[in-house]
Design a protein around this ligand. Structure first.
Ligand code: LLP
Length: 438
């Protein structure tokens, strides 16, 4: 966490006083603020957990594709996990070498496969194929381009969904999920790769889901993966790496027993058990590198109560709402996964002791535009921060309801070092109006 509150009661991120951003005419609200130092620290801590063993941390760009973040990760030697042509072009542009890029995705277009095969001198490190059918598609494109495609099989370990302890929408390692090669199809996929002179096997991959607060499901996936890797090695199939995926959770306020480094340590221990610990070890974290080191700033537009002031009705507590200028279009996670982001005032009012519960909501015309119930000071305050908004925040934002995308501010050493301003209010209307019949 990069958040602190100073002696004057002002909230700071990475040392920067957040009310300066929220009240600035340039940035205002809604604005994401990111602490680049905190994100770099996360990356270094994770790398240290490998204790010198050959490894590669492929940052899952989908969590947050802001150039200052990915440029900085690239300087620290991280690779990238991408899922589209857009993300691939972005990662390469941000300085990630093609040799450090893996591409996942259950339905890649021929154009995306071609881009991946054509990147750098040898194409990307691996197209992570997610079905036996996709092996044939990648082979056909490699042959057409006269290239040898480096591929990895992203296997689906077929875990029992009840063992994947996370929200159902972000659990991927079970039989009903569209992700990964189903175990019964793995032998034929491996055989096809071995027979082809247009394909070469880089590794075996597994990603069982996201926002795990304990390591058990991650270990469950790793066991299946390592057992397949062991069999492959025994049959003389060469492997460059095993990739145990991302999914390391962060503490959104409800606790998170396992640190990202714990997932790595557990997976390394299992690699030894299965006799595959000499292989290079890849991981694909997104959220854990960026999530806790950013906030979404919003302005309080008004409050609302369901009854006249001071009217109390026994057994029927007052309903209070706090309306802010950030909505589900800016931060979708609560609407999609019922997830909680703590909401805190930027400056604590003088008599911060008196608090009451209020439902924090945005301006979007949807019932799910709701950031949940929060205990907040009764005395008025002008701005709030939604905490832990660095992952799947801006990257999932939309312009629904004709709203501009939020601004973004990047902090290093307590100073603003980069920013992206909000588009002018007219931009959305002008763009929509530009579509005209001939
Ligand atoms: N690798 C693959 C193949 C993935 O599909 C994902 C995430 C990751 C790595 C990174 O997972 P992470 O370390 O960030 O958990 N929008 C959702 C999360 C969706 C995750 C999609 N895949 C949320 O806001 O919770």
């Amino acid at each position: 966490m990069s958040i602190t509150r100073d002696d004057a009661g002002e909230l700071r991120l990475g040392g920067l006083k957040l009310s300066e951003v929220a009240t600035s005419p340039t940035y205002g609200t809604p604005t994401y603020v990111y602490d680049l130092d905190g994100m770099d620290r996360e990356a270094l801590e994770l790398a240290a957990a490998f204790e010198g063993h050959p490894h590669l941390v492929c940052y899952a760009v989908k969590a947050n594709s802001a150039a200052p973040i990915v440029r900085s990760f690239a300087k620290h030697g991280l690779g990238a996990d991408v899922v589209s042509a857009g993300e691939l072009l972005f990662a390469l542009g941000a300085g990630v070498s093609a040799d450090l890029v893996v591409m996942s995705g259950v339905a890649k277009t021929d154009e995306e496969i071609d881009l991946a095969l054509g990147a750098g001198p040898r194409g990307i490190l691996a197209l992570q194929v997610e079905s036996a059918e996709e092996v044939a598609r990648v082979e056909a494109r490699a042959r057409a381009l006269g290239r040898v495609a480096r591929v990895s099989l992203r296997i689906n370990p077929g875990l029992d969904p009840s063992e994947i302890h996370t929200h159902a929408n972000i659990a991927t390692g079970h039989d009903e999920a569209k992700f990964g090669v189903p175990l019964p199809r793995v032998p034929e996929a491996l055989a096809r790769i071995a027979e082809s002179n247009s394909l070469t096997l880089s590794g075996l991959t597994c990603h069982v889901g996201s926002q795990f607060t304990t390591t058990d499901a991650y270990e469950g996936g790793a066991k299946v993966l390592f057992s397949l890797a062991k069999d492959a090695l025994a049959r003389g199939i060469a492997l460059d790496y095993v990739d145990t995926g991302g999914g390391f959770g962060i503490d959104y306020g409800g606790g998170c027993a396992a640190r990202p480094a714990d997932f790595v340590r557990k997976a390394r221990a299992l690699a030894k058990v299965y006799g595959v610990d000499h292989l290079r070890h890849l991981v694909e974290p997104g959220r854990s590198l960026v999530g806790s080191h950013a906030v979404l700033l919003a302005k309080v537009l008004q409050t609302k109560s369901d009854r006249p002031a001071n009217e109390r009705v026994a057994g029927d507590p007052e309903r209070r709402w706090l309306m802010i200028d950030a909505g589900m279009n800016d931060l979708m996670r609560p609407a999609l996964y019922q997830s909680n982001h703590r909401v805190v005032p930027l400056a604590l009012p003088s008599s911060a002791s008196a608090t009451a519960s209020a439902r924090v909501v945005g301006p979007v015309c949807e019932s799910s535009d709701d950031f949940g119930l929060h205990t907040l000071p009764i005395e008025p305050f002008s701005h709030v921060a939604l905490l832990d908004a660095g992952a799947y925040g801006y990257s999932m934002a939309s312009r629904y309801n004709g709203r501009p995308l939020p601004a973004e501010v990047f902090v290093r050493g307590g100073r603003i070092v980069a920013a992206k301003e909000r588009a002018p209010l007219r931009a959305w209307a002008d763009e929509r109006l530009s579509i005209a019949e001939e």
